[in-house]
Design a protein around this ligand. Structure first.
Ligand code: SAH
Length: 214
């Protein structure tokens, strides 16, 4: 019989080989990656490979993001433990779980109802912070809980996320992949009502779509 995989060791290796080695040095971010069991968020068929440097299909043409990409976004956002965070595109729920260890509260929206339900189920099995999840179109944000200190978008936007920027606190930051020519991660910061925009690095995400789907 094959030896059981020690997922804790696999997680440590992931943190050292994929994150620390690529300039992820925020200890809170690295700590969250050590704590959250990524193998519970992937399809059982690829569970043994859950800590590889890769994204994986999660059904409905969607993917769980590559650990490095998530780590880069989380580090760039400078999340503090008092922050309320909005996430658009729950997907598997993996990033929501990581966010919940860094922030005070996480609000996450997924447009594919079945994925939202599945993520909810997985998240129930994991020790996380406070997460509120809903199925819906996240491109308009979540008005009843706005404003947010941080907003993270996990699907590519075609244009500046104006509706979401409106739901950002003063001093807040929003990170989103934007397709303007090449796909690039953009960090928006709001200071005294003014929005600053910084292009960070190239990326590849699934597209942001409108409306709710089954
Ligand atoms: N970070 C996630 C990956 C998310 S993939 C993880 O680690 O699992 C992006 C997700 O965004 C997909 O599940 C897709 O269905 C969702 N999505 C796309 N457009 C959306 C929208 N308008 N509102 C909410 N979710 C959306």
């Amino acid at each position: 019989m094959a030896a059981a995989i020690d997922y804790r060791i696999a997680r440590k290796r992931m943190v050292v080989e994929q994150l620390r080695s690529r300039e992820i040095d925020d200890e809170r971010v690295l700590g969250a990656f050590l704590d959250i069991p990524r193998h519970l968020f992937v399809d059982p068929a690829v569970r043994a490979r859950a800590y590889e440097d890769s994204s994986f299909p999660i059904g409905y043409e969607q993917t769980i993001s590559q650990p490095y990409t998530i780590a880069f976004m989380l580090q760039s956002m400078e999340i503090e433990s008092r922050h309320r965070v909005l996430e658009i595109g729950t997907g598997s729920g993996y990033q929501s779980a990581l966010l919940s260890l860094l922030a005070k509260e996480v609000y996450t929206i997924e447009r594919i109802t079945t994925l939202a339900r599945k993520a909810e189920e997985t998240l129930r099995k994991v020790k996380t912070g406070k997460i509120r999840l809903k199925a819906g179109d996240g491109s308009e944000g979540w008005k009843s809980y706005a404003p947010f200190d941080r907003i993270i978008v996990a699907a590519v936007m075609r244009e500046r996320p104006l509706a979401l920027l409106d739901q950002l606190c003063d001093g807040g930051k929003l990170i989103a992949p934007l397709a303007a020519g090449t796909e690039c991660l953009v960090l928006y910061s709001r200071e005294r009502g003014l929005i600053q925009e910084k292009r960070l690095q190239k990326c590849a995400f699934v597209p942001l779509k409108k409306g709710l789907a089954r």
